[in-house]
Design a protein around this ligand. Structure first.
Ligand SMILES: Nc1ncnc2c1ncn2[C@@H]1O[C@H](COP(=O)(O)OP(=O)(O)OP(=O)(O)O)[C@@H](O)[C@H]1O
Ligand SMILES: [Mg+2]
Length: 372
């Protein structure tokens, strides 16, 4: 039987849990003329939600374009990735030709990746300074299609890493002029994303409506997991489902991963002991990777991570009680350590009404560290 707990960002509606509120907000903003900024920690389900949104938009005859700019280092890369995404969304070769003709000065060439079959666009610029014009003509082309278009740019914070400093402002200027093309800007580096859209000095300030993605609530997630097992021929008891949600802290990717393995490895009728065997095996298989990470941090940083894991979540990592309990040093040292760990994405920093809260980003690693 096929495993319904896929590790792809999105497969289908019936295998996608909840997100009704977020979906409704995103759709309403986009179809009423706003751009949307989607923010959440890594692996909560941003990309999944984009594709879920696309499904509904396509029914409303929107053209949907998805570009992941994680690997882009500069404006050249950005134009290339956006162009490839546009080509992917096109239904005919004559349209691709028109699009290429519109990319002034960039001499676009199309080829196909021999393995994945996905389109690859190569561009060559004759003079410095032509790139902004090409970027503009790319957006202008979309605007002139006479269609409603939604363009999702995933890992958008990456534009802050470009060597050119003005790309953010350029994008803002061009995007502002579009009426038929709306954007989803998506990212997981909360500090950067917030700064880009909430800081009055940033070009994108208040240009888009922000939707935050949080954990899926247990009242929705529990029944979803149970039903999906049942639909695909296996039964799992409530105790096991609660254990999975608790052990993975409802961090979507980890929950999905455990469900995937439990479905794959357990027999027809699943009980708590079966699930415990599976999670033990998952951790055992990951230990080599965790130890690899240890080489990326100092000894003190490692101690600190283990301490946070043992606590589960820490609200005041510089408080004396915490520092003394784990012999971490003074609060000035601790401050530096956790700032470095947040920067390395080993610690997850989250804010709520009570203030900030820190936890080990990788849930499996956190569960392993608890046992050290
Ligand atoms: N609503 C959902 N229901 C069930 N599974 C989900 C849901 N959303 C996401 N997932 C699962 O969680 C995992 C992570 O999702 P996704 O890749 O969309 O997260 P992301 O926030 O884009 O992550 P990243 O920051 O790494 O890009 C995937 O395996 C996906 O199947
Ligand atoms: Mg993603």
């Amino acid at each position: 039987m096929e495993n319904p707990f896929s590790l792809e960002p999105y497969t289908s509606k019936d295998r996608f849990c909840d997100r009704e509120q977020e979906l409704g907000d995103v759709l309403s903003f986009l179809t009423n003329g706003s751009n949307v900024t989607l923010i959440s920690p890594r692996r909560y389900g941003k990309t999944g939600l984009i594709f879920r949104t696309f499904e509904d938009l396509k029914e409303k005859h929107y053209i949907c374009i998805y570009a992941d700019i994680f690997s882009a280092q500069n404006l050249d890369d950005l134009i290339k990735i956006l162009s490839e995404a546009i080509v992917c969304s096109m239904s005919s070769e004559s349209l691709v030709k028109k699009f290429f003709a519109a990319l002034k000065n960039a001499r676009p060439l199309l080829s196909y990746d021999p393995i994945s079959g996905s389109p690859q666009v190569s561009l060559s610029f004759q003079q410095e300074g032509e790139r902004p014009k090409t970027l503009k003509s790319l957006f202008d082309f979309l605007e002139k299609q006479g269609k409603k278009i939604v363009f999702a740019i995933d890992e958008f914070q990456q534009v802050r890493e470009f060597k050119e400093t003005n790309v953010e402002a350029l994008l803002r200027t061009y995007i502002q002029q579009l009426h038929h093309v709306k954007f989803i800007f998506c990212g997981s580096k909360k500090h950067l994303m917030t700064d880009m859209f909430v800081n009055a000095k940033s070009p994108f300030y208040e240009s888009s409506r922000t939707v935050h993605i949080d954990r899926i609530v247990p009242e929705k997630y529990g029944p979803f997991i149970k039903d999906l097992f049942k639909k695909y021929g296996k039964s799992i008891d409530n105790e096991s489902v609660d254990f999975i949600m608790d052990w993975t802290k409802r961090h979507t990717y980890y929950t999905q991963y455990v469900c995937n393995r439990v479905f794959a490895e357990c027999s027809q009728k699943i009980v708590l002991d079966d699930v415990k065997v599976v999670v033990t095996r998952i951790i055992r298989n990951e230990i080599a990777n965790f130890i690899e990470r240890r080489n990326l941090v100092t000894e003190k940083q490692w101690l600190f991570l283990v301490a946070v894991a043992k606590e589960g979540a820490v609200r005041q990592p510089t408080a004396n009680a915490f520092l003394m309990k784990y012999r971490i040093g003074n609060s000035a040292t601790a401050k530096k350590i956790f700032a470095a760990l947040v920067e390395k994405e080993l610690l997850l920093e989250q804010s709520d009404l009570e203030g900030k809260c820190y936890s080990v980003y990788n849930v499996f690693m956190s569960r392993w560290m608890e046992t050290l």
